[in-house]
Design a protein around this ligand. Structure first.
Ligand SMILES: [Mn+2]
Length: 589
């Protein structure tokens, strides 16, 4: 009969994938360039053959970002709220473990082969039952001279004994039955042989006798009706002895080892039952490392078992694991200041920074790749990397980079724009097969305050109250790409501005609509005719809308102009409006 095979516990691979990830992530409150450069730089790395790179974000999307991603078929990058190291970043997984029906010998073998200090013990469903350590095993195997009965005791099955000994069964009864057994060596004279057992009150049916080729002791033991006879040194057994054993249902096992070794090995065939430490600490894989650190204080636990909600073993975390470097890596795009970076960034490894902003204070442990170029967008830099490496991005990724570039440079109109931005945009346009003018229109109209908000919110979205020469008035401003959206909604916006003037008790109210593309503005004014007639700018369409070429700054250009009109009126003794309410009465916003 073959000894039952040792069953290794199954291994959980779930958390392997979490390790060794590099997140490419933009700043908090991401704008289109932060999102697009993360996606594009991830694609660049993948095209270079890098594995485990994931595009990420650490904030919510907005209408403009959604429009861009939809247009170029890209999913929203992976959301990272916090990259502070967690248990799953440092734990050992898959973890070696044995089932609670294993023998001490098997557990020792696992400890030895894998060099682990703590061995988790599970049931067949991988639910945690406890742990064993070499130390616990040691105290179990150290001879307790004053307690001979306890020293002889093993909790095991004959099958496990044979497995441990690599022994042959000559005759076996109830091989798999787990039982309490007492082991003795039949070394003394046959006359005194059983006296010790009697004195120690060892029942024959639970006794195992290890003996060499001593026929007299063998026969006597069988006649007493012991549980099993183990013949050491592979010595031959007389056929009539075996026959008697069969008659008395006594198992006979042939061990290849000498008597002393056999006795030792039989003891290691004990199940782990008596050795298991059932006082163990568990922790969830998502727990922040900072929270578990205190559990490893002096004199406390030296291993935490990582389990899921069902108590299934996922890994193990020991004190020394806390010293390991965290595997999570970050590539920062479109920012280089820690205050703007994802939470926990200071606790993980930053491997690269690709940016176009001013340098902020940031220290790293290792030298890193740092590309900072004063161009219009981070996407410009990423596209240039593709170009320099002789790589062609996919049309979708080219479109994504166009979008980030257009968004950050206001389609090459912002003062941060460089000739390189223009060249890169043209290159990307050819690959994407997308007209940048049309794409810019789509992007900017998706982000339009006029399109996204109700008229009363449009006039209040960036609204300031001023007092000049005893006159109280308001100027709001919206920035748009072109005046198309404004003209479409001019009527309800004018009504909302009139309501605003009345509600706030103002002499007059203005809305400055600025076209970022052309750097021109329109001015919508609600006030009395006496004031409106004094405005020297040309009328566009109705009386209340004026054309203000070259005016983009409320603070530096428009307010000084309005101040001069008010002073002129005061000099003429004219009042700018009938609703010049006293300041005290009006609500201050
Ligand atoms: Mn940017």
């Amino acid at each position: 009969m073959k000894p039952e095979a040792a069953k290794p516990a199954p291994i959980d691979h779930k958390f392997e994938a979490v390790h060794n990830v590099t997140y490419v992530v933009g700043h908090k409150n991401p704008d289109a360039d932060a999102i697009c450069s993360a996606i594009a730089y991830t694609a660049f790395k993948e095209q270079q053959g890098e594995k485990g790179v994931v595009a990420a974000r650490c904030g919510n999307s907005n209408a403009r970002i959604d429009t861009i991603l939809r247009r170029f078929n890209q999913p929203l990058p992976f959301y990272l709220s916090d990259v502070s190291p967690r248990v799953h970043d440092l734990m050992i997984s898959p973890v070696v473990s044995v089932e609670d029906t294993a023998t001490c010998a098997e557990a020792l073998e696992m400890i030895d082969r894998h060099g682990v200090s703590v061995l988790p013990i599970t049931n067949t469903k991988r639910k945690i039952k406890g742990t064993v350590t070499l130390g616990q095993m040691g105290s179990f195997f150290v001879p307790h001279i004053n307690e001979p009965r306890q020293m002889r005791q093993v909790h095991t099955s004959l099958g496990r004994i044979m497995r441990s000994l690599q022994a042959k069964a000559l005759h076996i009864v109830d091989e798999t039955k787990l039982e309490e057994l007492f082991v003795r060596i039949g070394a003394m004279d046959v006359g005194t042989f059983w006296k010790i057992s009697e004195r120690e009150n060892l029942p024959p049916a639970q006794s195992i006798i290890i003996v060499g080729d001593r026929r007299d002791v063998q026969l006597r033991a069988i006649k007493i009706g012991i549980r099993a006879l183990i013949i050491s040194g592979d010595l031959p057994v007389d056929p009539d002895v075996l026959k008697l054993a069969q008659k008395h249902d006594v198992s006979v096992i042939s061990s290849p080892h000498d008597t002393a070794t056999t006795a030792w090995v039989v003891r290691t065939a004990s199940t782990l039952d008596r050795v298991i430490d059932r006082n163990f600490d568990t922790v969830n894989a998502d727990t922040p490392i900072d929270e578990v650190r205190k559990k490893f204080g002096p004199g406390s636990t030296h291993a935490l078992l990582v389990t899921d909600e069902a108590g299934v073993l996922q890994g193990i975390l020991t004190k020394s694991d806390l010293l390991k470097p965290v595997q999570t890596r970050l590539v920062l795009v479109d920012h280089n200041e820690m205050t703007q970076a994802v939470n926990g960034a200071e606790d993980v490894t930053i491997t690269e920074i690709i940016d176009h902003h001013r340098l902020g204070a940031l220290n790293t442990q290792q030298p890193i790749l740092f590309i900072n170029e004063p161009v219009g967008s981070t996407c410009t830099i990423v596209a240039d990397l593709f170009r320099r490496e002789g790589l062609i991005p996919s049309p979708e990724i080219a479109g994504i980079m166009m979008s980030g570039l257009i968004s950050d440079t206001l389609h090459l109109n912002s003062p941060t724009t460089t000739p390189k931005d223009g060249a890169v945009l043209a290159w990307l346009s050819g690959i994407a097969g997308v007209n940048s003018r049309k794409l810019a229109d789509d992007i900017f109209s998706s982000g339009s305050v006029i399109l996204a908000s109700a008229p009363d919110n449009v006039v209040r979205s960036d609204f300031k109250i001023y007092e000049e020469a005893g006159v109280r008035f308001a100027v709001s401003q919206v920035e748009e790409l072109g005046f198309g959206n404004f003209w479409e909604h001019a009527k309800p916006i004018a009504t909302a501005l009139r309501d605003l003037r009345n509600e706030e008790g103002l002499a007059f109210a203005c809305l400055l609509v600025t076209d970022i593309n052309t750097q021109n503005s329109l001015l919508l004014v609600k006030g009395d005719a006496g004031f409106i007639n004094r405005i020297s700018y040309p009328h566009v369409e109705k009386e209340e809308i004026f054309d203000l070429p070259g005016i983009v700054s409320r603070k530096k250009q428009l307010i000084p102009y309005l101040g001069s009109v008010l002073r002129e009126m005061a000099a003429d003794g004219a009042s700018p409006g009938n609703s010049t309410a006293p300041f005290a009465k009006s609500k201050q916003r």
